[in-house]
Each structure stands twice: as structure tokens, then as C-alpha cells.
Design a protein around this ligand. Structure first.
Ligand code: 6GU
Length: 248
């Protein structure tokens, strides 16, 4: 996987992704990251990249030409028109399935905007995907690009070790992950659930599955509609919900 990030803050992108699991994957050569400074493609006296909006209004707009030239340089390097993501709160909200699907690409271009946005005409010309990372406003697209790169990268084969592997975690099958415990067996009066100490593998698996389902209901009941539950599990959950409601 080769990432190409078009940004006014390339150092932010490089420094944000050089550590941890993503840094390790880059060192191993499984993924590569190129942060392209859009300002390097502002061929005017003061390397200006923004200007006032036509029609008036607050703030500045990133001009089309520097963005386009930065993009063209990346496109020439790749040798074809790449999938190009524009980070914007107006986009489709990012989710795990999107990460999985994008992880199949050979190259991904991310375009990070600032100020009041980017001239619409260059977006029409180059953008294939408009993506938001949630319903709140950020000052620029760099953090969203890093969020997406982190999440996409862990779905690229070889990035996670077998131990870390992606499938049995939160959002696998639209269920949240079960709670985890480590030593000591008792911490400040709180004990590790007995079943986890039993060594009975099938019981442990059953308990974890139940915890995942209960937790999803408690914390993110919106996910349950899409969750892959068996008929038996749905019946069991309905009973559990009844129990909780009878307590109150
Ligand atoms: Cl992708 N960009 C900005 N500027 N703000 C956001 C966002 C993106 N997603 C949520 N808020």
C-alpha cells in the first residue's frame, strides 16, 4: 500500500505516522507514505496557496492550481489515475467496511484542506471519494487522513502480526469487543471473572461472546441491528434485557 498525502503540513503527517505499528509496517516495506507539500506547487512570488472567496464571506479558499499540480505530480509517479480521498465533514462517514475495502488499493491519495475549503473545480477534477470521520468540525484534513491511514493500514495483509490480527476485534460482525483482564487476579478488591481462570476454553469463548453482545446492547445498541447474531443469541439477549429491566 502506497499512501500519498497532499497537505500544507507534511511534517504533521510524517511525524504522526512514524511511530507504533504503522511505523513498523513502513520500516518493513509493507506500506509507504509520501507527504507532498502543496505549497511546493505554488509557482508565484510568495508561494501563496489561498485567496479570497468569490462572492465574499469569511475566510480564505485554497486555490485550484497548486492542488492540481501536486496531484498531477503524484499521478505521474503512480502512472494512472489514483483513488483520491478528500477529507471533509461533508463526506460519507468513515467506517470499518470502508477501511477494509480501501486496504485493497495499491495506491491511495489523500487531499487535506484547510481554511474554508478548496476551490470546487479542482475537487470535481480529481476527487473520487468524499470522506468525513464524524459529525464534528476540525481545523483541517490532516488528523482525519491519519485516522484513515491508521485504520486502513491495519487491514493490509502483513501489517498486524497473527496475534494482533484484525478479525476478532471491535466491529467484527458489528459487535464491540469483550472486556479484557490481566494480572493480578484481584486488584483493589475487584476480581477477574471466575470463568477466565477456569481454563475451560469453550466456556471462556461463550462468556466472551455473551459479553460482546451485552456490551454492544448497552453502549451501541444502534449496531445491534446490523450485528450477526444467531436466532438463539437474539432470544438470549431479549431475556437478558428483560432481567436488567426487571431490576430497575
Ligand atoms: Cl474529514 N475534515 C474536517 N475539517 N473536519 C472534519 C472531518 C474532516 N471529519 C469530521 N470533521
Amino acid at each position: 500500500m502506497n499512501y500519498h498525502v497532499l497537505t500544507l503540513f507534511p511534517e504533521m503527517i510524517r511525524q504522526g505516522l512514524e511511530t507504533s505499528i504503522i511505523g513498523r509496517a513502513m520500516a518493513k516495506g509493507i506500506i509507504s507514505l509520501e507527504a507532498v507539500n502543496i505549497r511546493d506547487y505554488a509557482f508565484n512570488k510568495h508561494q501563496k496557496v489561498d485567496d479570497y472567496p468569490y462572492g465574499g464571506g469569511a475566510g480564505m479558499v485554497m486555490q485550484a492550481e497548486p492542488v492540481f499540480l501536486a496531484y498531477e505530480a503524484v499521478k505521474a509517479k503512480i502512472g494512472r489515475k489514483p483513488r483520491t480521498v478528500y477529507l471533509t465533514p461533508q463526506g460519507n462517514v468513515f467506517h470499518q467496511e470502508m477501511a477494509k475495502e480501501m486496504a485493497k488499493e495499491e495506491d491511495l491519495v489523500f487531499l487535506c484542506g484547510h481554511y474554508e475549503g478548496i476551490d470546487e473545480r479542482v475537487l470535481e477534477e480529481i476527487v473520487t471519494d468524499y470522506v468525513s470521520i464524524g459529525d464534528y468540525v476540525l481545523t483541517g484534513g490532516e488528523l482525519p487522513a491519519m485516522v484513515m491511514i491508521d485504520s486502513i493500514s491495519r487491514m493490509v495483509p502483513g501489517v498486524l502480526s497473527n496475534q494482533e490480527s484484525g478479525e476478532t476485534e471491535t466491529f467484527a460482525g458489528n459487535l464491540l469487543e469483550y472486556p479484557q483482564y490481566s494480572r493480578p487476579e484481584e486488584w483493589r478488591g475487584r476480581k477477574v471473572p471466575e470463568v477466565l481462570l477456569s481454563g475451560h476454553h469453550a466456556n471462556v469463548e461463550k462468556w466472551r461472546r455473551e459479553q460482546s453482545i451485552l456490551r454492544t446492547w448497552k453502549m451501541r445498541s444502534d449496531l445491534l441491528e446490523k450485528a450477526e447474531l444467531t436466532g438463539k443469541e437474539r432470544t438470549w439477549l431479549a431475556r437478558e434485557i428483560e432481567k436488567v429491566q426487571n431490576r430497575n
